[in-house]
Design a protein around this ligand. Structure first.
Ligand SMILES: [Zn+2]
Length: 460
């Protein structure tokens, strides 16, 4: 057994099957041994967590839009990964769109890797993208290191990442099944959205009601649950036909949950994620013009939110990821408050742990539940189980120490995202990240970044 270079220990360590006092022995960035709290060697550095603090696996966030290169003024690798470190996240996986070029070709992945190199404070992986016609590219992209592939069933918001149709998926899915690669899906189809009543304010003839497009209700009705429900139904149908591994991203419509549950129980390989904003906010409470709450699919009613919580509790939804999708604040059109024209995307990377915990504890969920939703399940989605997302011998020593009882106020100066506009502003959240360790090295300590950017680009 090698002599540990570092021991991190505490009385509340999140282990595979319990929370207990333990010492995590670390050598060359890996966990070499987990012993009882008192079983430590004297000749190495020991980091003690406070009695109230939790020692947990570093968080894994598999849904982050970094936008660099091409839209670096929206968010970049340096700012996003600093925010991640401050939020206890040690691994994030970048989405294949909103950067230019998108990650739909090997060239696109190379551009990403070039842009990211030397800038990342945490480990970073990359999703590839599926767009019409790029099936022949998928094997090479996987070979070049993407963790899996994302597609949209509706306009993605950016023209250089077009959505696919059922016909396109009939080309891509057999190839994905052959490659054993996961397909993650933005599950909204256009039909029900096109059929949703077009608000009068959105038509050429000006409406009497000038405030129509700044009403949250108008936006909510423009993205009905049926769009998600039909999309999930389509993906289950195709998964039954072609096999392969399906994952629904940012699930919002509770109506589709029974379908997911039923599909899984009959052998379809399907998982689902939701996001802190769907678990925190409710449509009834969103003020008109408050476009910082706009995302697609939308934040729905309170009753829907509680069903999402139940789905997390019973395992229908597997994980909570951020879908951090920022933009320059002027694109949120805060002055006009026009929900229909504002950019859809919520900025929350750094806040995923406290935002989820604040709501989870109010509903009686445990720290173990939290660790499964924020660490273990996302790591498994991208093939990193065993290395990331759990405190286990042989795994990377990615660790967050945080205090679940301590609260803080979300103010711009605590946020490290490039842009500070977020619907969490002004809220008090429970759960303060104290220290973050990446492969045994302390990268964040009480508001300070303690190393140069040493994050690895995973699998590339
Ligand atoms: Zn997204």
């Amino acid at each position: 057994m090698p002599i540990p270079q570092l021991i991190i220990r505490g009385h509340r360590v999140v282990l595979a099957d319990s929370i207990a006092g333990a010492s995590i022995h670390i050598h060359n960035g890996r966990i070499t041994k987990i012993t009882s709290y008192d079983d430590v060697t004297s000749n190495c550095e020991i980091v003690e967590s406070g009695d109230a603090s939790i020692v947990m696996p570093g968080l894994v966030d598999t849904h982050v839009h970094i936008n660099e290169p091409g839209r670096t003024d929206w968010e970049g690798f340096a700012t996003a990964t600093r925010a991640a470190a401050a939020g206890g996240i040690t691994t994030l996986v970048d989405m294949p769109l909103n950067s230019i070029p998108p990650t739909t070709t090997v060239e696109g992945l190379k551009a990403k890797v070039e842009a990211a190199r030397g800038q990342c404070y945490v480990d970073v992986g990359f999703w590839g993208g599926i767009v019409p016609g790029n099936t022949p590219e998928l094997a090479a992209l996987l070979q070049a290191g993407v963790v899996g592939f994302k597609c949209f069933l509706i306009h993605s918001g950016v023209d250089e990442f077009p959505n696919v149709t059922e016909e396109d998926l009939r080309s891509a899915m057999p190839e994905l099944a052959r490659l054993g690669a996961a397909l993650i899906v933005h599950a909204e189809v256009p039909g029900p959205i096109n059929r949703a009543a077009v608000p009068a304010c959105h038509l050429e003839a000006a409406s009497e009601d000038e405030n129509c497009s700044s009403a949250y209700k108008t936006f909510l009705e423009s993205r009905p649950r049926a769009a998600e429900n039909e999309a999930v139904g389509l993906m289950i149908k195709l998964a039954r036909e072609f096999g392969g591994r399906i994952h629904i991203v940012h699930h919002s419509s509770a109506d589709a949950l029974p379908m997911v549950r039923e599909a899984r129980s009959t052998g379809v390989s399907i998982t689902a994620e939701t996001c802190p904003h769907y678990l925190t906010f409710a449509a009834e409470e969103i003020s008109d013009g408050a476009t910082e709450f706009k995302c697609c699919p939308p934040i729905r009613e309170r009753e829907n939110r509680e069903q999402l919580w139940q789905a997390l509790a019973n395992g229908t939804i597997d994980m909570v990821v951020s879908d951090h999708s920022p933009c320059p604040p002027d694109m949120k059109l805060q002055e006009s408050g026009d929900f229909l024209k504002a950019w859809g995307g919520i900025s929350s990377l750094q806040l995923r742990l406290p935002a989820t915990w604040t709501e989870a504890q109010q509903r009686g969920h445990s720290i173990e539940d939290l660790a499964r939703w924020l660490c273990g399940a996302p790591a498994a989605l991208v093939g990193l189980a065993g290395r990331k997302g759990a405190l286990g011998v042989g795994g990377d020593a990615d660790i967050v120490i945080w205090n679940p009882e301590q609260e803080f106020l979300v103010e711009p100066d605590v946020l490290h995202h490039r842009h500070k506009l977020t619907p969490y502003a002004g809220r008090t959240l429970a759960g303060v990240v104290e220290k973050t360790f990446l492969r045994g090295e302390k990268i964040y300590d009480a508001g300070k970044f303690t190393t140069e950017p040493r994050g690895l680009l995973l699998q590339v």
